[in-house]
Design a binder for this molecule. Structure first.
Ligand SMILES: [Zn+2]
Length: 282
């Protein structure tokens, strides 16, 4: 079975790192992985300047290059996570200062995408936990700005938002439409929303947890969603998420139980991935 992971992470400083992760994933059938940059403090400490973010982006780009050398097709996704916006506000910076920093970081990220060092932007959006209104409003301003950058670059953008059901999906779709962003991926999508999201022009990436997959498969065909491990590569949180190499066994179990056909598995793990990321299927 061939596996494409639509959203994952690798930590070259503190985690398993790109080589070992790529090898394990490849052995399980992995052919493609989209790797989003982590929170700045996951590597060395909270970023305080645009240059600090550029360092974070470069760490991710370099890790992805290692994974390519291991034989995987990859997309490096770079950006500033909404939780980081909340944290920056908490440090006492003024709203305008945080906006200048994060928008500046995204403009640097956009240049790296334009130069071909990275392939997409994100995670951008809103925190999934309760946060002060001012921080959420700023997150929305940044989201709209990044959707515009993604339109200009015609590149993928990974959206991280609260688990707010169809209302959240409709809000993101409205913002994407306003900025004419066409390659928008709802990362960590709730399993019941992918069909409505697809109708509204958004791609959905469902966490590859068995019960979420079962729920996603209850929707009518064609199956237009992607799946993700959202692996954090954090040795301190080994059980926090699914590992990329366990996607194959979950899919095999679904096929064995009759919840999924082999062509449908290929559609989700190969065709939908190749289509969204604009890469050649294996
Ligand atoms: Zn993630």
């Amino acid at each position: 079975m061939l596996v494409g992971d639509a959203h994952s992470h690798v930590n070259p400083v503190k985690g398993l790192g790109p080589s070992r992760l790529a090898r394990r994933f490849k052995e399980s059938g992995g052919w493609f992985i989209a790797v989003a940059s982590l929170l700045s403090w996951s590597y060395r400490g909270l970023a305080k300047r645009v240059e600090d973010y550029v360092e974070v982006f470069k760490l991710n780009v370099e890790a992805v290059e290692v994974m390519r050398r291991e034989g995987l097709v990859c997309a490096a996704i770079i950006g500033v996570h909404p939780a980081e916006v909340v944290r920056l506000m908490e440090t006492g910076l003024k709203r305008d200062e945080v906006e200048g920093l994060v928008v500046g970081a995204y403009e640097a990220a956009a240049r790296m995408v334009k130069e071909g060092q990275a392939q997409g932007l994100g995670e951008v959006g809103r925190p999934h936990f309760p946060a002060p209104r001012e921080a959420v409003e700023l997150c929305n301003v940044i989201l709209d700005h990044v959707l515009e950058l993604a339109h200009d670059l015609d590149c993928p953008v990974h959206i991280h938002v609260e688990r707010g059901g169809l209302a959240t999906v409709e809000d993101v779709a409205r913002r994407a439409r306003a900025k004419k962003a066409r390659r928008v991926l709802l990362h960590h999508a709730e399993p019941h929303v992918w069909r409505r999201a697809a109708e509204l022009g958004l791609a959905s990436s469902i966490p590859a947890r068995f019960k979420d997959l079962v729920e996603a498969l209850r929707q009518p065909r064609p199956l237009s969603f992607l799946v993700e491990s959202d692996y954090l590569d954090d040795p301190k949180r080994p059980g926090a998420v699914v590992a990329p190499w366990s996607i194959a066994s979950s899919f095999r179990k679904l096929i064995y139980q009759g919840a999924l056909s082999v062509p449908d598995a290929d559609r989700i793990l190969v065709d939908n991935v190749a289509g969204f990321y604009g890469v050649e299927p294996p």
